[in-house]
Design a protein around this ligand. Structure first.
Ligand SMILES: [Zn+2]
Length: 92
């Protein structure tokens, strides 16, 4: 189920919740939220890149860093100039 992000049309008039923006878990078929559940002021939906995607990409990159692989007990085999595979993490 996707999460939608809503924010007050007018942050000056809004309560703390919708001035900052809030998430609503909705079905695609659900009608969009038009007013804040806290203060009943008009809100609008904000389209944004799903956060989990960007985080995941970042985590993957971090997870595959040499230091992290070594810590987790992995080997990172890289073919050297003589055609043999070497564990490049061994000396790190
Ligand atoms: Zn509000």
């Amino acid at each position: 189920m996707p999460t939608y992000w809503y924010k007050a049309d007018d942050a000056e008039q809004a309560c703390e919740q919708c001035a900052e923006g809030f998430d609503v878990l909705q079905q695609l078929s659900d009608a969009p939220v038009t007013v804040c559940l806290g203060c009943s002021k008009p809100v609008h939906r904000i389209v944004r890149a799903p956060e989990f995607c960007t985080n995941q990409r970042w985590n993957t990159k971090k997870m595959l860093a040499d230091g992290n692989l070594k810590r987790m007990g992995f080997q990172k085999l890289v073919k050297n100039s003589s055609g043999k595979y070497e564990d490049v993490l061994k000396d790190k």
